[in-house]
Design a protein. Structure first.
Length: 94
């Protein structure tokens, strides 16, 4: 399967988004609640987004990017630092 396969180890975009949102929010010294208030959404939704448990819509990504003072494209790029996450019991390297 190629790079266009959705939500696979080859293309874990939901995990890239999770990592990028978390890193950017923390770099700005913002809490999950503060980000949720700016979007607006709930803090649990932000927590699920940062854990890679939700597939955000384009509209949500746009609102998150604006709240984090960045471009939406920056949220979907592969993070510079690879992390290991566990999703459904499977080890996935991002």
């Amino acid at each position: 399967m190629g790079a266009t396969t959705r939500n696979t180890v080859e293309y874990p975009i939901h995990l890239w988004i999770a990592e990028n949102v978390t890193n950017r929010r923390q770099a700005l010294g913002m809490t999950q609640q503060e980000l949720a208030d700016k979007i607006p959404t709930s803090r649990p939704y932000v927590a699920h987004l940062e854990a890679g448990r939700v597939n955000a819509t384009v509209e949500i990504l746009w609102r998150v990017a604006r709240a984090l003072a960045t471009e939406p494209a920056a949220l979907i790029e592969k993070p510079e630092k690879a992390n290991v996450r566990f999703l459904g019991g499977d080890k996935i390297e991002t």
